[in-house]
Each structure stands twice: as C-alpha cells, then as structure tokens.
Design a protein around this ligand. Sequence first.
Ligand SMILES: *Cc1c(COP(=O)(O)O)cnc(C)c1O
Length: 372
Amino acid sequence: MNRRPPDICRPEILEIEPYRPGRPLSVSDEDAAGLVRLMSNENVLGPSPRAAAVDAMTGANWYPDGGATALKSALSARFGVAPERITTGNGSNDILDLVARCVLAPGREAVYSRHAFAVYELVTRLSGGKARVATPNPADDAMPMGDNPRAIQECINDATAVVFIANPNNPTGTWLDGGQLRDLLRAIPPHVIVVIDQAYAEYVEDADYVSAVDWLDEFPNLVVTQTFSKIYGLAGLRVGYAFSSAKVAEWLNRARQPFNVNTVAQRAATLALDDADHVAQSLAMNRAGLRQIAQGCDELGVAHLPSVANFLCVHTGAKTPEVYDYLFERGVVVRPIENYGMPGHLRVTIGREEQNARFLSVLGEARRELGV
Ligand SMILES: *Cc1c(COP(=O)(O)O)cnc(C)c1O
C-alpha cells in the first residue's frame, strides 16, 4: 500500500532535458488546414506520390525484412556503395544512437559544436559518455555560429571516440565547404569515428559543398548519415541510412534492434528514392523560397544566418518569445531555438510561396506592433 515510485533511474538519464517538440497543433482539422506549419523542416509538398500509394496494411501481419534488402539495394545502386556498407535506421536519429552505443561509454568523449543538432547531446548522454562542446564561429564570421573546424580539432584528445558534424547544420543553416571538411577529416586521428550528418544534403546547391559519401574509401572512420525525413517528405515514417566502412556497419548492425525499420517505411522509402520529379520539384520550391524569405527579411531589416538547407535562422532579438507568440496566434508556426543556445533567433522552414509570404507579412506586422 501507498508505496512510492522507485528512485533507481540512472543519473545520466535524469540529467537529460526532455526533447521539446514543436508546440502540439491540437486544433480542429479545419483550423489545421489554415495553419502555416514551418516549424520542423518537413517538406510542405508532402511525400512523393509514388510513396504515398503504398498500402500500409498489406503484409502488416508479417515482421519487416530485418535486413531492409530492397531498400539497401536501391541505396547501393543510387550511391555506388556496397550494401554491406549501408545501415538503415528508424530515422537517421536511430543511427546516431547506434553509433553512440557502439563507441561511447563512461570515460569516453563525443565532440560537437555549440549550436549543433540536439540529438548529438541526447545520444551522448544516453550512452554515458561525456560531451566536449566546441566553440562555434563568432557572430561576424562568414558562417556565424557555425562549426569551427579548428575549435573541433582542439577538443579532440585521448578520450575522444566520436565527432558529430551536421553539414549543413540545423538550426544554424551554416555549412563547411569540401576543402574545410576534408582538412578536418585528415586532422582527426583514424581511430575516432567521424559522423557527417547530411540530413539536408539533397537541398544544397553551393558549388563548394561536397558530399562526404565521396570520401568513404579514404576515411574508414567516416560515417555519413542521410534521411528520408527532409526532401523525400517521409518524416512521419522514420527512415534514415548511413554509409560507412563494412566494419563499422557491422558494429551498427549488432547494436540495432532486429526490426528497426518498419515494412511501410521500407517500401515507401524505396519508391521515394526513385521519384526524381518529386525531388526536383521540392528542390525548386526550396531554392525559390530561400531567396524569397532571405530577401523579405533583408527588406524588413531582419538579420538572418546564411543557409543552404530547407530552413532559415532569423535574428529576432530580445523580444523573440513575443514574436514567436505573435506568429503562432496568427497561424504561422515556426521554431524557437533557445534550447540550442540561440534565444534571440527563430528557425523558419521554407514553405510554398504563399506560406513564405504569409510568414514575412506577419513578421513585419509583429515588428511594428511589438516595436522591435
Ligand atoms: C532533421 C534532421 C535529421 C533527421 O532525423 P531523422 O531521424 O532522419 O528524421 C538528422 N540530422 C539533422 C541535423 C536534422 O536536422
């Protein structure tokens, strides 16, 4: 009777800040239709129509193909990487977790930059490892608040097991060019795993950007992760993948749950990968939208970070919470990023032209009304 819940949870877990998702959109379907959802870097065009045709229930009584054979074979053909060097995951976040489980433990360290993707901290803490957080670029750098290769290099010591780099990074939108990234890879000791998280790679059109997939043979310690959550529009299905040496893929394969990617996700991802029209349409929308929002912000006198991804990080200053609420109350949902150490910024996903225009118009109104 009257017994208290146990106090046996690991302290590392209790130190974790629970993940704060975008504010739940608990509105009627009718209201939801008018919402401008620009908070989680999803593809507002929706999933590839080919993927959308998958019947979710067919074969749902059978366990998934635990080896994701068809999906890996499609990825192998697309990227020219042998299937035994490919790992699939329940989102690429699953793979980040697998890497951490394989190489981190108490006494070992992960290195990542100060405003890097939040999941690096989460998986590091879960594994019992320690984070060494690199100083980011200063605000007046060409890549303000982005990863600083020298600072990352200086964090590496005998305890380092893994370095996480998102390229481009979320939430800053900043990136490392091919030369910088390759120099950094060369400077990192070969026993340290380097994860290059390319969740937004399909969006990048900067001429100096290089996909790290090209360097797998040169750097056997490299793990390149990509996802179906962004340009492919399948965030809700949770499918990601990684390329690595066969040896590292074999570690990840041991650490994963046997059925970590469900049947629907495997089928839909395999079809989406071949839908070049949907990808091209999404890319064109993003290219135009990035320009539209960046120019619109410039006209409003709102500073923003550079971006090659499907979002832009805008500087909204001391009244950012008020600006966020003002937008939200008018049906424009963006993402506050104070949990990334950026309390004066909002991250806005690139949407369709009319959605971007709505964001800009309400942002302009907010600035006049709130006096910012
Ligand atoms: C969105 C995002 C991902 C994708 O995670 P999934 O688990 O594949 O949905 C990974 N890395 C970064 C930096 C992201 O912004």
